[in-house]
Design a protein. Structure first.
Length: 309
């Protein structure tokens, strides 16, 4: 299991490092990176989410119990992060980065690991995880940005952000296609799959380009806070909710896997677009990715072993 985790995370680390090198050596103009971020936010990531949710195969799987476990545990940890905010001593934009680092997840790594652990069944379980968590996390993050981001929003503006946010719209649209049973036309399906696949390398290059280790000293508290929530509180909440819903077996292992994933490059892009602390978000993304090499095997082996005892 540890080897699978390392192999899944290594490309993520390499791409972040490459993005940092490209920015430092000025191989690309500085004006490239903001436009790349906008492309990812408005086109590539929505294509990924819509395609993944609309084409998932969910037959003969504990869809309700798995989705309920993931949604309730995510909301519980989000509420915990909000509750401890006064103790963090952070300004609003920095808090949005801690919040995203606590609840957002790298679904590319999740799908890769789930497929490696359980084959086709793992891919299907991963699709349910995405269907449950992607809309939940994006709605929660939009609400937090509206309250704590640098651009304060009133009630009407918050509603507008929710109904026009490309990640929320794409997630809900993909779920609607799935529930109604609509298929994406073949040519369009291939195009969306390709666009979605492009979001991973471009997003991680942008994360690397935004890294500025001259500010690393001030990251210690936020990184520690978000990582404790991500790698300790989130898996623990998932286990507690699973004990109530009765989730077990490969479905529970997959749920724990997704709830222990490091945060994704989409968190950085969202921070840049909605008034968060983007450099801090890039630091949290990079450091959590490195920590996940040890955290994910420990969570899966420790908690699944404890539940089986």
């Amino acid at each position: 299991m540890t080897e699978q985790v390392l192999l899944a995370l290594l490309p993520v680390i390499i791409l972040i490092g490459l993005g940092m090198a490209l920015r430092q050596r000025r191989i690309l103009a500085d004006s490239f990176w903001p436009q790349a971020e906008r492309l990812g936010y408005y086109v590539l990531l929505p294509s990924l989410f819509f395609h993944g949710l609309a084409t998932a195969h969910l037959e003969a799987l504990p869809v309700r119990d798995l989705a309920l476990t993931l949604i309730l545990s995510t909301i519980a940890v989000a509420a915990l992060v909000m509750a401890v905010r006064p103790l963090l001593n952070l300004d609003g934009p920095a808090f949005t980065s801690v919040f995203q680092g606590s609840v957002r997840f790298n679904n590319y790594v999740g799908v890769t690991l789930a497929g490696g652990l359980f084959g086709a069944q793992g891919i299907a379980l991963a699709a349910i995880c995405n269907a449950a968590i992607v809309p939940t996390v994006n709605v929660l993050c939009v609400l937090v940005f509206a309250r704590h981001g640098s651009a304060k929003l009133n009630g009407r503006a918050i509603l507008k952000q929710l109904v026009t946010n490309p990640l929320v719209v794409a997630s809900l649209g993909g779920i609607a296609f799935q529930l109604i049973g609509l298929g994406i036309p073949r040519g369009l399906e291939s195009a969306m799959r390709s666009l979605g696949a492009a979001s991973l390398p471009l997003g991680l290059l942008c994360v690397g380009a935004a890294l500025d280790f001259s500010s690393a000293r001030r990251w210690i508290g936020p990184v520690a806070s978000s990582s404790m929530m991500k790698f300790l509180a989130m898996p623990a909440a998932t286990v507690l909710v699973a004990m109530v819903t009765g989730l077990n077996g490969p479905a529970l292992t997959t749920a724990l896997l997704f709830q222990a994933l490091p945060t994704a490059s989409s968190a950085y892009i969202m921070a840049r677009q909605l008034g968060g602390d983007a450099p801090l978000m890039a630091g949290i993304t990079a450091i959590q990715t490195a920590l996940a090499m040890a955290a994910i095997p420990l969570v899966l082996i420790g908690l699944t072993g404890w539940l089986a005892a």
